[in-house]
Design a protein around this ligand. Structure first.
Ligand SMILES: Cc1cc2nc3c(=O)[nH]c(=O)nc-3n(C[C@H](O)[C@H](O)[C@H](O)COP(=O)(O)OP(=O)(O)OC[C@H]3O[C@@H](n4cnc5c(N)ncnc54)[C@H](O)[C@@H]3O)c2cc1C
Length: 537
């Protein structure tokens, strides 16, 4: 029985303390916090884990330097603390990264003002990162020749952090963490009906893989539906004082534009910060901020024009970037928390809407709803949701083990020593691959090394360019609930965006499918690479 089928059978007719609906960053963090407390927890998503907004962010863990412009010092202080907490808890997966902000001559702020702002930001961030640096136009040209320094006043360099293996992988690490604490986690399971009856919610679920229907019961539900939180509130008849305003944001993926592993930052034409962000061996350029009425995942021509026009105007490239340089695209919808009563119309105020989160508790209907939130403040969301659920009278098992973070350095050192031994025996993965394995699989990477020892044929490298072995694929198959090839290429790894579809197709990918999907390999391969493919699904 596959891991997904096992978890599904536990959900069917099960009785839980909490059902978390939505496995984006907010649902995943909440589920892990609840499960580690000892509550009987289930987590479901209509798509794959991180299958919606949380796979399309800028991958930044940041204190929100831009909110200094709207004088939201408390928000910046809080986001910086959240960033610092994540950097400490995930010393390898959340990496301090330098941001080189080129200040154009027409920017709304002077270079000195931005520099002072960067120092304030550094202080608000408890001085945890490297200090800011002011660069003249000539220094900028020397530091980053790809930036068109002529159109700038110079630059300011400061630090924030980056999710090295991407947002979706980070979300999955929390899903896995929840599952390790006993949480029942199932992807592609859509909540279609929920009804309060006595002490319990009775919830009907539709399996988006095989069309099957099932139900389960939970004392409390957590609405972590992100951009779908409002329809989900309607479905559960829960009235909230917050609602979501939606903002579409896109990124275009191209070859790396700079030799350095830092973020290039600019002000776009609309006055918003605009970035070139390292994404594996590629660059992710964006983003946009467009009010939308419904969650949509489509990049349109206007989005592409905006990104290409803005980046070409700011870089000094041999030839301007065009659509043919775009390897892949990302499109997401920010769910922004808005107070229903105070902000009926947000039209004029859209770009400056605060990106804070709101947790609402409806004691009468035993429902906790999450509005807003960012990847950066996911640990606060998890803790607040856990406390809100406990406030609803669920018996508190009092579990106290940590619900997030990488395993301690002792385990990491054992892993690194084993990896070194296996390398000495001639295995073809290098030091960077070993680091990647640790970042992605944490203590499961140690299990992988043991597998390499016991079954040397699992060291066979299947995807040579990325050092992905048979053993790693088997680990993914057995522990990561991969349903489609896109789950693996887009969300468990960055391959879809860093390699591009054409480069991925071929016999090696068919071998990947054989390991991940067994007798369904050809179907899954065709689903992704065939004429009618749906790459995101
Ligand atoms: C372009 C862009 C850039 C961003 N950059 C950053 C950044 O750099 N740093 C940062 O901190 N934040 C960033 N954000 C914000 C951040 O990505 C989002 O706030 C966050 O991912 C939202 O997570 P979520 O869990 O609320 O929503 P989602 O990730 O959308 O998760 C909600 C889930 O609920 C599921 N769902 C909905 N209804 C049902 C149902 N009926 N049954 C079952 N499941 C259901 C959906 O399938 C979905 O997977 C960015 C956002 C965008 C769009």
């Amino acid at each position: 029985m596959s891991l997904r089928a096992t978890h599904k059978s536990q959900l069917q007719d099960g009785e839980f303390d909490v059902l978390v609906i939505g496995a984006g960053i907010n649902g995943a963090a909440s589920a892990s916090a609840l499960a580690h407390r000892g509550l009987r927890t289930a987590l479901v998503d209509a798509r794959d884990f991180a299958g919606y907004t949380s796979q399309s962010s800028s991958n930044l863990i940041w204190g929100g330097i831009k909110y200094l412009e709207t004088f939201e010092f408390a928000l910046v202080r809080r986001l910086c603390s959240s960033r610092n907490l994540l950097m400490r808890a995930y010393p390898t997966a959340v990496r301090e990264t330098r941001f080189l902000a080129a200040i154009s001559r027409t920017a709304p702020r002077s270079r000195l003002a931005v520099w002072l702002g960067a120092w304030l930001y550094w202080f608000l961030g408890s001085c945890m990162t490297r200090t800011p640096r002011l660069l003249s136009r000539d220094a900028l040209k020397r530091a980053e020749p790809v930036v068109d320094a002529q159109v700038t006043q110079g630059a300011v360099e400061y630090s924030d952090a980056l999710l090295v293996d991407g947002d979706a992988r980070f979300v999955f690490s929390l899903v896995r963490r929840a599952a390790d604490a006993g949480c029942v986690t199932v992807n592609y399971l859509n909540v279609v009906h929920a009804e309060r009856s006595g002490e319990y919610w009775r919830v009907d679920l539709l399996d988006n893989v095989d069309g099957g229907q099932m139900n389960t019961r939970a004392r409390v539900i957590v609405n972590a539906g992100g951009p779908f939180a409002d329809p989900l509130a309607g479905l559960t008849n829960v009235v909230t004082s917050s609602r979501h305003a939606l903002s579409k944001g896109i990124h275009l993926i191209t070859d790396r534009l700079s030799a350095k592993s830092r973020v290039l930052a600019f002000y776009a034409d609309d006055g918003r910060p605009f970035f070139v962000i390292p994404l594996g061996n590629r660059a992710s350029i964006g983003t946009t901020d467009t009010p939308v009425e419904i969650p949509t995942m489509t990049v349109d021509e206007a989005d592409r024009d905006f990104v290409l026009r803005n980046i070409n105007a700011r870089l000094d490239l041999k030839s301007p970037l065009s659509r043919s340089d775009v390897i892949d695209e990302r499109c997401g919808v920010r769910p922004l928390a808005v107070d229903r009563r105070e902000k009926g119309d947000v039209g004029g105020d859209f770009l400056s809407l605060s990106r804070k989160h709101v947790i609402e508790t409806d004691a009468g209907r035993a429902c906790v709803s999450i509005y807003g939130g960012k990847l950066t403040d996911c640990l606060d969301v998890g803790t607040e949701v856990r406390d809100a659920v406990l406030s609803l009278g669920v018996v508190d098992p009092g579990g106290a083990c940590s619900w997030y973070g990488e395993s301690d350095t002792g385990i990491r050192n054992v892993f690194l020593a084993k990896a070194q031994l296996i390398r000495d025996e001639g295995a073809v993965f290098g030091e960077t691959e070993a680091e990647r394995l640790w970042r992605c699989y944490d203590s499961r990477a140690l299990t992988l090394m043991e597998k390499f020892e016991d079954e040397p044929d699992t060291r066979e490298v299947i995807l040579v360019a990325d050092g992905i072995t048979r053993g790693e694929l088997e680990l993914v198959r057995d522990t990561e609930m991969v349903v489609s090839l896109a789950d693996f290429l887009r969300r468990r790894t960055l391959l879809m965006q860093t390699r591009g579809k054409n480069e991925l197709a071929g016999p090696a990918m068919m071998q990947v499918c054989e390991i991940l999907f067994g007798s369904e390999a050809s179907v899954r391969y065709q689903e992704y690479f065939g004429a009618n493919s749906n790459e995101e699904a």
